[in-house]
Write a protein that binds this ligand. Structure first.
Ligand code: T46
Length: 139
């Protein structure tokens, strides 16, 4: 799992958290956030074919599970606003809201495109197998 750290600037009267574009290999083309999600709800359950994203939780606690299809999913709880994770293409991901009021903030490499989503786990496994074969043949 590729973790990223935000810069925390303490000021009188509040903290500022900073994530600058040079820290990632993609250009940020869309920013969105998800809130008003009930505690215990799990979202995601999909992968992207090409999209790259960085996930942050500026408020609350959200458990994120990343699955590369090889049988060893990794889980992290984002609860510190300084923490972020990179979610690359071909990664099945789920986000579970552990606390009411939690906010998921996402920095994404492309505009929204439903054709980029893989929403069926069987299709995801087939996508990974084909992608891995292609990458091996190029080595
Ligand atoms: C992701 C995780 C981390 C749009 O029309 N535009 C948008 O920019 C987004 C993000 C969503 N939508 C529509 C598409 C669906 O009809 O909003 C609806 C809900 O989307 P979805 O079920 O994909 O939401 P999540 O919370 O499961 O996933 C979201 C992002 O969609 C997804 O790309 O990686 O957060």
């Amino acid at each position: 799992m590729e973790r990223k750290k935000l810069q925390k600037i303490r000021t009188i009267g509040g903290d500022i958290f900073v994530f600058e574009g040079h820290r990632i290999d993609f250009q940020i083309r869309r920013v969105y956030f998800t809130k008003n999600v009930p505690e215990g709800e799990t979202r995601g359950h999909h992968a992207h074919k090409n999209l790259e994203q960085v996930l942050l939780c500026p408020h609350g606690a959200i458990q994120v599970t990343l699955d590369d299809g090889k049988g060893k999913p990794e889980t992290v709880t984002l609860k510190d606003p300084e923490e972020a994770i990179y979610v690359g293409p071909g990664t099945w991901h789920k986000m579970k809201w552990l606390e009411k009021g939690s906010v998921l903030l996402v920095l994404a490499s492309k505009e929204y495109d439903e054709d980029d989503y893989i929403r069926d786990y069987g299709d995801f496994i087939r996508f990974r197998e084909e992608r891995d074969k292609l990458l091996e043949s190029r080595e």
